[in-house]
Design a protein around this ligand. Structure first.
Ligand code: PXP
Length: 242
């Protein structure tokens, strides 16, 4: 069964917009888990634009499912991750000006750093995943550097302007899943997925986990977090079974 990891960063985005202490992403995580999510995802950015260090510390103690920390391979954040010991880390590229994570990791350029960081994470029993474009080279390099899994970036598929482009991007993801599985990697996917575009991705055999944030938190404004998570989970499981 495909797992749904819910990224709760945007609960913190609303909190930080006013510099107050609500809404609390820790409370959101508990509700998300009760609604049936299989994991909680949070990104501790270098600029701390949404989630804060204390969120990670508390979530580490309260998350009952699986805590997946998205992070850049930055020394400060690596030290925090090694100390917090989440169940899993997903390495992402980070640029200060970006609205959200814009592209996959450059695994080639960062190979040495990512490999040494992966070793350190493994020494602490932390599962490691690389957020990469669905590209054969990047998948193979992720395996070579010791990663346990890859998360294939679905942003281009989600942002496609034409049916033809979407089909092309979908095929790249499908192929990426096959390559990852052949190499013995866990294969996850995410970014930009919403209630209208998630089905074909969830129907790809072999994907272990989808990580979804913005669309779920956005829908929760209208229908509540419980319903927003349940609706997404239902869509994913229906697509997987089809
Ligand atoms: N996966 C990764 C690696 C991400 O960086 C993000 C965005 O934080 C997501 C999944 C979730 O993307 P979205 O908020 O578009 O669902």
């Amino acid at each position: 069964m495909i797992r749904l990891g819910v990224n709760i960063d945007h609960v913190a985005t609303v909190r930080q917009a006013r510099g107050v202490d609500y809404p609390d992403p820790v409370a959101a995580a508990a509700m998300v888990e009760m609604a049936g999510a299989d994991g909680i995802v949070m990104h501790l950015r270098e600029d701390r634009r949404h989630m804060q260090d204390h969120d990670l510390a508390i979530l580490r103690k309260t998350v009952k499912s699986r805590l997946n920390l998205e992070m850049a391979a930055n020394d400060e954040i690596i030290a925090i991750a090694l100390d917090a010991c989440p169940d899993m880390v997903t390495l992402v590229p980070e640029r200060r000006q970006e609205l959200t994570t814009e592209g996959g990791l450059d695994v080639k350029a960062g190979f040495q750093k990512l490999a040494s960081m992966t070793k350190k994470m493994h020494a602490k029993g932390i599962f490691v995943s690389m957020f990469i474009d669905p590209d054969e080279k990047a998948i193979t390099l992720s395996k070579d550097l010791g990663s346990d899994a890859v998360e294939l970036h679905t942003g281009r598929y989600c942002d496609a302007k034409t049916a033809e482009e979407r089909k092309r991007e979908f095929k790249r993801i499908q192929k990426g899943v096959e390559i990852g599985l052949k190499l013995g990697l866990g294969v996850n996917a995410g970014h930009g997925l919403n209630y209208f575009n998630v089905r074909p991705i969830a129907a790809i055999p072999g994907i272990e986990e989808l990580n979804i944030g913005h669309s779920i938190i956005a829908r929760a404004i209208f229908v509540g977090l419980d319903r927003a998570v349940c609706d997404m989970k239902d869509l994913i499981l229906e697509a997987e079974a089809s």
